[in-house]
Write a protein that binds this ligand. Sequence first.
Ligand code: PLA
Length: 428
Amino acid sequence: MEGPMASISLAPAPAATAGCGSGSRFAHVQQAPEDPIYGVTNAFLKDPSPVKVNLGVGAYRTEEGKPLVLNVVRKAEEQLLADKSRNKEYLPISGITHFSRLSAQLILGSDCPAIAEKRIVTAQCLSGTGCLRVGGEFLAKHYSGPKIIYIPATTWTNHFRIFPNAGMEARTYRYYDPKTKGLDYEGMMEDLRAAPSGAVVLLHACAHNPTGVDPTREQWAEIQHLVRDEKQLLPFFDSAYQGFASGSLDADAWAVRQFVNDGGETLVAQSYAKNMGLYGERVGALSVIVKDPDVALRIESQVNLVIRPMYSSPPTFGAAIVCTILGNKALYEEWKVELKGMADRIISMRHQLFDALKARATPGTWDHIVNQIGMFTYSGLSKEQVEYMKTEYHIHMTSDGRISMAGLNTRTVPQLADAIHAAVLQFA
Ligand code: PLA
């Protein structure tokens, strides 16, 4: 082997320089645990089997098992590339103003009073994760209530890292009941009622990850009453799946709109990763909705002060794609059709998997596969069963039994059904 890399790796260990000590000053650094979701992708990539299937990360795949770039995204990209007046200047700290306005309208509805009354601050951030992180740090620095955020006990695992890193104390509220495979509504209400008045509560806007269990509209109304009237909690919505749950952008924004339109203060983190398929472009919008336009202006300055030392300003291209699509009636309509196509394919995978398990007479009840909402089925399979399905069937999923339905297709459903069937019999 030749080249600089070879000479570096083959060189004898350098003698310690006087005064610097002999060992590495990083020798104490411990190996971090692997991320529970990215770790599945790593294991999948290492699996040499030709029939391996990745149902770990929530990334949409076509019926052919391929990543999808939406047609409207391709069209928007072509328009952007053809426009020679575009440049690569830095964006403002809070991103493209037009993008922020369009994003607020998308989640809150174009007739939302908070927008008309300028009681909203929206900043373009680095996808959903970035919005949550910036929002969390803004709250840790400026919220007048308790700097405690209540997170569903079963949730997207990253929530438990994002908020403490941002300076918030994370506590949990009960959410999922493994016995019913549904919402632990009583537990949720009890825990939120016991929270200190004014604490922050993280709510999944729709298509709860990983459980696929959302409150009903009646339950949402009672949650809203508790949050607003009983406890003055501050709702922080994580909206990572708008349009992906039902296929309708408006229906999936229903809960968020209920809260914002009651006039109370609310935060919303929006991601375009799933609904526009812009995963790696890192496009999202953080909105802070308050009661007073003057307060909004000051908040804007402080959100900018969170962002500037963190990454200065967001990237341009993904947000430009979103602006092109949301700002053009024809492209917007086309997007809605493509989005519905993705949501429908996921729903059809639920039915196919359910039917396949019924056909095999797999022990247990599997209704939750068709009843749960969004990208994931929270199967109820144990860690051991998941491990068994990986070694015996090359099916990769997170150890909590979450199945990314968007990664399935008609060809792989029988393989998954065989795997579940065998795993259930194996560990009865
Ligand atoms: N919020 C929730 C509830 C999510 O499920 C995810 C992504 C995000 C926010 C953040 O997404 P973004 O930063 O890419 O916009 N969850 C995925 C991917 C799809 C991941 O873990 O990062 C998941 O597989 O759970």
